[in-house]
Design a protein around this ligand. Structure first.
Ligand SMILES: [Zn+2]
Ligand SMILES: [Zn+2]
Ligand SMILES: [Zn+2]
Ligand SMILES: [Zn+2]
Length: 502
């Protein structure tokens, strides 16, 4: 038998013990005390799918539009006839979902006239799962002790609401679930779940993926997560060496250093020490504020103390770093408010006003500015478009956004491809530029003539150049099987044909 000291020593040494488990041919799971990470088992080329996973539980945002089992867009309505609240793409999906979740869920839904929020529905599905097979979520971190009183209060209210539903249904053993358990569950779901998006980055739902939840964060990640319906794929966007850790970004990597740090601290409770955060400066050069004296843009450095004034070449001292951070917060909150509005016209006007206001103090390569531009572009894409003048505007606008985006993701210029980066948004934006461009070119019949002018040829060649860039991005991020890549192929052969015969 071990003495007390030896026993303590033994416990300490086991805490630091490294334990590996193979997850699949590409990756193994490393456990070190409480820390879990995924490690590459071999040299992996960029653009490889290294993990595919179906969710432990997932919910769609739009319960009348997407199949609640597989997320497919539903064309013929197959609605659950008991609760009348959710739809399926097929009998098979309905049956599968009934056995897995909906039998219990339906008991609760049938008493409601409106669907619960996605977050509540996901937690309910996980409760149902727990009810059938308890403790399957035991290993997930909750970070409960790191949370503010305020966020715990919100979770407590949501828990009470779910508890009320659960207790009113006959299928749950009501002693099984109590408030503490539920709050813990809400905490776990909020740090470990993924927003399910389509290839165009539109949010489709919310899901919990137990293996993908083990991937750690980096602001300069070697992998990304994409979805086909509700199936998650983990894909490499850099070449990865054997023994290297696999990481993804939990937040938008194009945000400046201090925003990334704040977001990670607020939502995931850690301070990021990734290579990019340690070298810091690369991205922050793109954060520029306007000098009120000479109107030139001055770079914000992340080493600035919070109360330090920003100095300009012209010797003018502008406002403090704190002032600009508060200003940024204001714009951030305004853009969040925008998403709550319904009327497209009001949103567009508000976006335009915010863009103008933003330009008074910040440079248009700052990421917040780009976020406003995205909103505007989304609105333009939806009406795809009325007059030739409007289409030219849309094209110029999306082109400008594309070039800003390239610089913010680390492309210095056309020639300098050192440190080439791959990001879903880059490929997608290039693709939109070409789509607007093609729309403009073929807007009236004048270009159906067989002879192209020098200017027209130049324009088509420019579109082809954007298309090539965009295709290379989409290939790495989504693979050659994705519909976006295939649509690029079609666009490319159309443009090439036009050039050859024009
Ligand atoms: Zn389905
Ligand atoms: Zn039902
Ligand atoms: Zn970082
Ligand atoms: Zn100045």
């Amino acid at each position: 038998m071990l003495s007390f000291e030896e026993d303590e020593l033994f416990k300490k040494s086991t805490v630091n013990l490294k334990k590996f488990n193979d997850l699949n041919e590409y990756i193994k799971v490393l456990k070190q005390g409480n820390e879990v990470s995924l490690i590459s088992r071999m040299h992996i080329k960029k653009g490889t799918t290294i993990l595919k996973e179906l969710p432990k539980a997932a919910v769609v945002n739009e319960i009348y539009k997407n199949c609640s089992n597989c997320f497919k867009d539903v064309t013929t309505i197959l609605r659950c006839s008991v609760c009348n609240l959710i739809v399926y793409c097929s009998k098979e999906c309905q049956l599968q979902d009934w056995t897995a979740f909906h039998k219990e869920e339906c008991e609760i839904f049938k008493k409601l006239d409106k669907a619960l929020t996605p977050s509540l529905r996901l937690n309910l599905r996980l409760l149902i799962n727990e009810h059938k097979k308890s403790n399957s979520l035991k290993k997930l971190k909750s970070h409960k002790s790191d949370r503010s009183e305020e966020s715990l209060e919100t979770f407590a209210q949501m828990s009470m609401l779910l508890l009320h539903f659960v207790k009113s249904s006959s299928i749950f053993d009501e002693n099984l679930f109590h408030a503490t358990f539920m709050i813990e569950l809400f905490c776990k779901v909020s740090v470990n779940s993924h927003t399910i998006v389509d290839n165009e980055q539109a949010s489709k739902g919310l899901g919990l993926y137990l293996n993908a939840a083990k991937v750690n964060h980096s602001c300069d990640p070697n992998s990304i997560v994409i979805f086909h319906r509700n199936e998650l794929s983990l894909r490499t966007v850099k070449d990865v060496e054997a023994g290297e850790e696999i990481n993804i970004s939990y937040i938008e990597v194009a945000e400046p250093f201090y925003v990334r740090q704040e977001n990670l601290k607020e939502s995931y409770f850690f301070t990021c020490n990734c290579t990019k955060c340690i070298s810091q400066s690369v991205f922050d050069k793109s954060e520029k504020v306007k000098c009120p004296n000479c109107k030139k843009f001055v770079s914000l450095s992340s080493n600035l103390a919070i109360n330090e004034k920003i100095g300009c070449e012209c010797n003018w001292q502008t406002e403090t770093f704190q002032y600009f951070r508060n200003k940024k917060k204001y714009f951030f909150n305004e853009s969040k408010e925008l998403l709550k509005l319904k009327d497209k016209k009001i949103i567009l006007n508000k976006v335009l006003a915010l863009i103008n206001e933003y330009k008074q103090e910040f440079d248009d390569t700052n990421y917040q500015f780009i976020k406003f531009q995205f909103l505007k572009q989304d609105l333009n894409l939806k009406k795809l478009n009325t007059s030739k003048g409007q289409i030219i505007d849309d094209f110029k606008f999306s082109e400008n956004l594309f070039l800003n985006l390239k610089s913010i993701y680390g492309f210095a210029n056309e020639e300098n491809k050192v440190g080439e980066k791959f990001h879903p948004r880059l490929g997608l934006q290039g693709y939109y530029v070409v789509k607007f461009g093609v729309n403009f070119f073929f807007f009236d019949d004048s270009n159906e003539r067989s002879i192209l002018s020098v200017e027209e040829k130049k324009f088509l060649n420019l579109l082809l150049k954007y298309l090539e860039f965009s295709q290379a991005q989409l290939k790495v991020c989504f693979g050659i099987e994705s519909y976006l890549f295939k649509e690029c192929e079609d666009l490319k052969s159309n443009l090439e044909m036009k050039l050859r015969f024009g």
